[in-house]
Ligand binder design. Structure first.
Ligand SMILES: Nc1nc2c(ncn2[C@@H]2O[C@H](COP(=O)(O)OP(=O)(O)OP(=O)(O)O)[C@@H](O)[C@H]2O)c(=O)[nH]1
Ligand SMILES: [Mg+2]
Length: 367
């Protein structure tokens, strides 16, 4: 196991407006900072810091509909045929229209189970006379999708508990977008005044910690990396969380190496990481977010099931939706696993991680 001396705390400039910029020092009293209306200005030790932080981030997302909407443009294009179908809909055409609607949902990776459920419920309501026009059918379609997302994956806000620091672990298969998502998440949380420590838990590839260091620099966060090669990921994470606790960080964001969900020993390493973090702070990690590549569509389902069985996933981050026309997988993954999508990645820039909002999503794909 790597000893604490094998690990170094690389202190990057930390120009948080609310906290001391000197690494390892206490918070400056909030009274020395002029609060702005959009910023959260309360210390973590005060009641509700984390729940308010989660809520605030989610609320901000609502005002950034444009970004979410452009991220889903390819999926929207796939589904545009539905508008054309419904524009000229009449009762005699019901079977043909529903067949084509079914096809459009399948092409966008809603998955057969959800697609059939939605289409059959529409058919019933049309035949019983409950839905009488194309626009009523479209509203009912939107409502069905929204109902799935809100009943099965309603807790889309980050759940960070009450103890400082909160710990978030980012996990997933190779190349899904873990490190990038961690960097973007750090940016969002830091913008709301949280003091963030990154932990370079991907000890598998030498370049991995360099990549995270670039994100630390870009976002002005501090980072813990292993000094020696082949350090155990679990020791890096446990050292980082200790550091976070001793030095008053609000949130420790833990990167991990990419692993195939079918690789038993690598999946065991994740269990070790989770345990190591929990030994430092009982109850941690507060969130284990599984990064899923939107381009893989329905193939993400077995990955999600396996990761969930091994470490217990608390939420998904769906990445690369900007390049994917398969955005329906958002719905199938929530429906199949009953775990909320918490963020969606809609580009490679620092601002391109959007908190997931079910209503905004439905309006983005069915305008
Ligand atoms: N277009 C787009 N690209 C993304 C998004 N998220 C990540 N990427 C890109 O995907 C590639 C892989 O991202 P990483 O963050 O390195 O993925 P990772 O899961 O950490 O990879 P490993 O550590 O190798 O397992 C990079 O080129 C990212 O810029 C996204 O939401 N949209
Ligand atoms: Mg990575």
């Amino acid at each position: 196991m790597a000893s604490p001396t094998q690990l170094s705390l690389i202190s990057k400039a930390s120009p948080s407006p609310l906290f001391s910029t000197i690494p390892g020092t206490r918070f400056t009293p909030p009274t020395t900072v002029r609060p702005t209306s959009s910023r959260f200005t309360c210390l973590a030790s005060q009641t509700g810091f984390f729940s308010r932080l989660g809520r605030l981030i989610k609320e901000k997302a609502k005002s950034d509909f444009e970004k979410l909407s452009s991220g889903f443009s390819k999926t929207r294009d796939n589904l545009a045929v539905i508008d054309e179908l419904l524009l000229y809909w009449n009762l005699a055409d019901t079977d043909r229209v529903l067949d084509e609607l079914e096809e459009a949902l399948l092409v966008s990776d809603f998955g057969p189970r959800i697609t059939i459920k939605i289409v059959e419920s529409l058919r019933e309501d049309i035949l019983s006379g409950k839905l009488k026009s194309g626009s009523e059918i479209k509203d009912a379609l939107k409502k069905s999708v929204l109902d799935i997302l809100t009943t099965k994956g309603s807790k889309t806000e980050l759940q960070l508990g009450f103890r400082k620091p909160a710990v978030i672990m980012i996990v997933g298969v190779n190349g899904g977008g873990k490190t990038t998502s961690l960097g973007k998440l750090a940016h969002r949380l830091k913008n709301e005044g949280a003091k963030i420590l990154m932990a370079a838990g991907d000890t598998f590839r030498a370049a991995a910690s360099d990549q995270l260091e670039i994100w630390a620099e870009r976002t002005g966060c501090e980072i813990v990396v292993a000094e020696k090669e082949n350090a155990k990921a679990s020791s890096v994470l446990s050292q980082a969380v200790k550091r976070g606790k001793e030095q008053g960080f609000d949130i420790v964001l833990c990167d991990t190496s990419g692993r195939l969900h079918t690789n038993f020993s690598l999946m065991e390493e994740l269990i070790a990481c989770k345990k190591a973090v929990g030994k430092v702070i009982p109850g941690a990690p507060n969130e284990i977010l599984l990064v899923l590549d939107g381009n893989t569509g329905l193939n993400m389902l077995p990955q999600a099931r396996e990761f969930n069985e091994v470490v217990g996933i608390t939420g998904f981050i769906l990445t690369k939706l900007d390049g994917s026309a398969r955005g329906g997988c958002v719905v199938s993954v929530v429906d199949e696993l009953g775990i909320p999508v918490k963020f969606v990645g809609v580009g490679e820039g620092v601002e391109d991680l959007q908190p997931f909002d079910a209503e905004a999503f439905v309006n983005a794909i069915f305008p």
